[in-house]
Design a protein around this ligand. Structure first.
Ligand SMILES: [Zn+2]
Ligand SMILES: [Zn+2]
Length: 183
């Protein structure tokens, strides 16, 4: 759904949607499960910066609620979790702050975003808002044992034998090699 400035200038828009899982591409970090419910409103706010300098901002207020799958930080198994949040965002035209960078960095304006061209796509906003509202680190359970760093086995499913002999020289050589590659 697109909010065009020229249309919002005429009248604010309301939305109340059930977005199917393929409506928004959330990338690899999150997979939508079932419909994503979202509702709210969009309007234009004119920022009068000077007699001939009026900036048309889009203010988008609303909420979303849905279920997502995201990989466990330790064992990478998908974890399903509810995600819901409210948002109240202001988008300026891209370039509106180009000559006044100090405007965009004041603390009270952390929610300022930018729109390109003649409007804003709701799907783009939802992508960002959903990803922001996901926990930084999801665990399938608090005591997830994770993957074995040696053999890659999921240690929640079965203990592997690597734990018993941590000082196997062959694995140490491999660890050394890995560390050298990383550094
Ligand atoms: Zn896990
Ligand atoms: Zn192992």
């Amino acid at each position: 759904m697109e909010f065009k400035v020229i249309e919002l200038e005429r009248e604010p828009a309301e939305f109340d949607l059930q977005l199917p899982p393929d409506a928004v591409n959330f990338g690899e970090e999150a997979e939508q499960v079932g419909d994503l419910a979202t509702s709210g409103s969009a309007e234009v706010i004119h920022e009068h910066r000077g007699p001939k300098d009026i900036v048309a901002d889009i203010r988008l207020r609303g909420r979303f609620a849905g279920r997502f799958q995201t990989p466990c930080a330790r064992c990478l198994e998908p974890v399903e979790l509810p995600v819901a949040a409210d948002f109240d965002l202001v988008f300026r035209p891209l370039g509106a702050d180009a000559d006044a960078p100090e405007r965009s960095i004041t603390a009270s304006e952390t929610e300022i975003g930018y729109y390109q061209g003649d409007g804003l796509l709701l799907e783009d906003v939802l992508r960002e808002q959903v990803l922001l509202s996901l926990p930084v680190r999801t665990l399938c359970k608090p005591d997830c044992k994770g993957l074995c760093p040696h053999c890659g086995a999921n240690r929640n499913l079965q203990p592997c034998s690597c734990d018993q002999g941590p000082n196997d020289p062959r694995w140490e050589a491999l660890t050394d090699l890995r560390n050298r590659i990383k550094s």
